[in-house]
Design a protein around this ligand. Structure first.
Ligand SMILES: Cc1ncc(COP(=O)(O)O)c(C=O)c1O
Length: 386
């Protein structure tokens, strides 16, 4: 009765955590396992949604509204110093109902199941959706660890030709979930060139690009601009969930190679969720506003200061360059997660659930998504308990 390929998927990490801990979170638990920002959503969201009330009565076009696409292009040009005209608002941008569905569906767009032995390159550790996307599309996941130590992002240019010749798509996440490392511009450029040489699709997940500590992360579209302005073989994924603390809005976008965008749009017109008009309007307003993003970033920085005070010199603590996770070496991540739950009612995610081989086994991922007071209480308890 079921698609046999489903047997290849492990349970989702949060289900595995629930199984490990013997049940779901309770009202008195401190949930540090999920990367769900709890900062107050910007006030403009409620205002714009109320103004757009009548638009709930319309089916939204799959490619969004011209105003949404224009707001995205303005933001991309500003943030990544792109030449005007490089990203065509009508052909190279699509709204998505959260980047998760887009990261999943892109694999269906580019992999022909059963044709050759297609590979999908994945970072290790990784955001779990990449694995499910690759497997369900009929590609074999090929995991690549950090190029500069276990906590860095991978550099696919180090792979041998017999691997590269089978690659159909590659996922790169920068800033990386879970470990917070960032790809520099040279690495991005090298990998764009590699994707073109071997004709695979480089999918760069930049949904944490606006949450950074000291240095604004580079983006793959800047790499494209510096390589001459073509976006061939490149897709970039951006989300409002983390940037604007609205994970419930389910709003992001994809931009890149116009040939890929056309194929992706065709697939999505059958299986994708179109973003409702009021949400497109709120999203356009959010992409045009940077004040709330700066405030958000400052709050995360204050929490990193707090984490540094509490963990410096322990558990291999380093300040993540981007994102909002701590990636702590606690010796045995599952054991530590159990201990934190049993003794302190704190939920953290074992690194094992976000990795293959033994790359993440020693680690726990701790999401700094709560207010300052809750975060301080949880981090202090983690340090005391472990
Ligand atoms: C690395 C990464 N990419 C993509 C997503 C998907 O975010 P959304 O679907 O809310 O845009 C997440 C969410 O946790 C993530 O951590």
């Amino acid at each position: 009765m079921f698609n046999a390929q489903l047997d290849q998927l492990t349970d989702y990490p949060f289900q595995r955590l629930t199984d490990l801990l013997g049940g779901p979170a309770t009202p008195d638990s401190l949930v540090m396992s999920i990367g769900e920002p709890q900062h107050r959503p910007p006030a403009l969201v409620a205002r714009v949604l109320a103004e757009q009330n009548a638009a709930w009565g319309k089916y939204p076009p799959a490619n969004g509204s011209p105003d949404f696409r224009a707001a995205v292009v303005e933001w991309l040009n500003r943030r990544f110093a792109l030449p005007v005209g490089m990203v065509d608002a009508d052909k190279a941008v699509l709204p998505v109902a959260g980047t998760r569905e887009a990261l999943y569906l892109i694999a269906q767009t580019v992999v022909t199941p059963g044709q050759g032995k297609p590979l999908a390159l994945l970072p290790n550790p990784f955001y779990q959706v990449y694995v499910g996307a690759a497997l369900m599309a009929g590609a074999e996941p090929y995991f690549v660890s950090g190029h500069d130590g276990p906590s860095s992002v991978p550099d696919f240019t180090t792979l041998p030709d017999d691997v590269l010749s089978r690659v159909k798509l590659a996922y790169l996440c920068s800033p990386a979930n879970p470990q917070g490392s960032v790809a520099d511009l040279d690495l991005l450029k090298r990998n764009v060139e590699l994707a073109r040489r071997w004709n695979f699709v480089l999918c760069v997940d930049e949904c944490y690009s606006e949450i950074w500590d000291r240095v604004e992360p580079a983006g793959v579209l800047t790499a494209c601009a510096q390589l001459g302005g073509s976006m061939d073989n490149v897709m970039v994924f951006h989300s409002l969930s983390k940037r604007s603390s609205v994970p419930g809005l389910r709003s992001g976008f994809v931009a890149g190679d116009v040939r890929l965008m056309a194929a992706f749009a065709r697939l999505r017109s059958y299986g994708g969720a179109a973003t409702p008009m009021p949400i497109l309007a709120a999203a356009a307003a959010l992409w045009r506003d940077e004040d709330h993003v700066r405030e958000n970033r400052d709050l995360y920085r204050t929490k990193l200061d707090m984490a540094e005070r509490i963990f410096a010199g322990r558990f291999g603590f380093t300040r993540p360059a981007g994102g909002f996770f701590l990636w702590l070496d606690v010796g045995d991540g599952e054991k530590a997660a159990l201990e934190l739950w049993d003794k302190a009612k704190i939920r953290v995610l074992p690194g094992k659930y976000l990795s293959r081989g033994d790359v993440g086994d020693n680690y726990i991922r701790v999401a700094l998504v709560h207010d300052l007071e809750t975060t301080e209480r949880a981090l202090t308890l983690i340090a005391q308990t472990l």
